[in-house]
Design a protein. Sequence first.
Length: 201
Amino acid sequence: GLIVTSLLNLWAEEHKDACTICVTGTKGKSTTSTLLGHVLQTMGKRALVLGNIGIPVSQASEGPVDYYVIETSSYQAANFSGSCHVAVLTSLFPEHLDWHGSLDLYYRDKSNLLLHSDVCAVSAAALKTLEEHHIDIGSNKTIFGQDDGWHCFDGTVYKQALPVGNIPYEFLTRPYNQDNVCAIMSVIDVLGLDTASAVAA
């Protein structure tokens, strides 16, 4: 009969006016969260990277913040009841099934985060997996990793057919990291920030 909640839910309740970007996914969430924080800071924004990455939201430094980037584990996403401005889903693979109970429940727990966002950015591969498991995340989404959205080819970042810039760091041109870059570009686009500056950052 007790109400069970989480630290993230408590924090979200107290920060309803904050611009939060929650990043989840089986793989890529740490890279994407860290790199997104770096890009925002390089662009002159006050961004904090928190959550599953090592700094709990309860230890967020005081002071003005433009964006909270929160790496969100499947455990945190499962019962998330707050709201975030943007939710990102980087990828989906079978993992933590002993905790979630089944593959279907794991994917549903991950996607719960997306249902509590104003807009979600989802990789094309992850969206296909959700659809195969009959999981609907609504219509307010942007898809990356396919030709009609943000995608990369041979180290160049494209929005649809338009090249926006070249990835300046070789490690990030590896296929899985190119998807992480596209996730970041999707968020930057949703936030209405300069995408060319973001690629350079």
